[in-house]
Design a protein around this ligand. Sequence first.
Ligand code: HEM
Length: 286
Amino acid sequence: MRKLILGALVPRAINELEPGLVNLVRRLLEGMAEKQARGETVDLIADLASAIPVEIIGNLLNVPHADRGPLRGWSLKILGALEPAISAAQLSAADIAVREFLDFLEMLVAERKRRPGDPQADVLTRLIQGEVDGERLSHKELLQNCIFILNAGHETTTNLIGNCLVTLARWPGEREKIIANPSLARSAIEEVLRFESSNQLGNRIATADTEIGGIAMPKGTQFTLCIGAANRDPDVFADPHVFRIDRSPNRHLAFATGIHQCAGMHLARLEGRVVTARLGVAHASP
Ligand code: HEM
């Protein structure tokens, strides 16, 4: 599955998205300026930070524009259920969101099977047609992976962009540096990923008896990895609580590491970098 997904997200394929992304960010910023001129309230998350990934992931899976409205709400409800402690109401809202999402995907997949897209560009067609080691995804795997990709690519990137703006507003000296030198956007995004990691926590189950940091973990132990804490580890990062957009080296774990490292990291980095470089960060004051 990872091979099928990764094929559509390799750096070469992602770089081709850059001109469209630059245009999208320009259009969204113009739309915000027009709203402001009409005296309407501008919401940085709704109008910019979440609008970008919804558009990009929607395009990758070729979801019709008219159907994209509920995607973010479903994502938020499903991801909310992954918090370490949740209420019965949150759990049931997530269940309903999964069911609605699946109904929607059943229709989308049926339509794509009738009319396949370009397998180079359309991730859904890749997942439907693709074979790895002679095997295709089962129908259930296909639907679950669509939900996974849509969720993985939405909220994390929305938070990256939102966190970037808030953090630059809180660290005006760093903001000035970027305004003076937009080419710092690349390393600034790495520092935002470290300093305010979109994914603070990750869940694991020990598949064999093991020991971590001197603590015994019998097979079946459920535990939470604290990515946010690892990224402020004073043994790895000098002055870990200082936000420094030109930090180097910056070996953060925001995209995890190992065989399940984030498959969408090149895309997420591109989205973050384009916004940071373009926004005339001066507008991001609180
Ligand atoms: C700032 C944005 C993002 C962050 C911080 C992030 C973070 C992560 C992390 C920490 C993991 C590992 C999860 C685990 O092993 O438990 C992961 C996996 C994954 N991410 Fe992302 N992600 C981001 C954006 C994206 C985007 C834009 C996509 C797709 C378009 C994506 C697709 C995936 C996929 C498919 C995996 C699973 C990889 C595997 O299990 O082999 N992510 N991501």
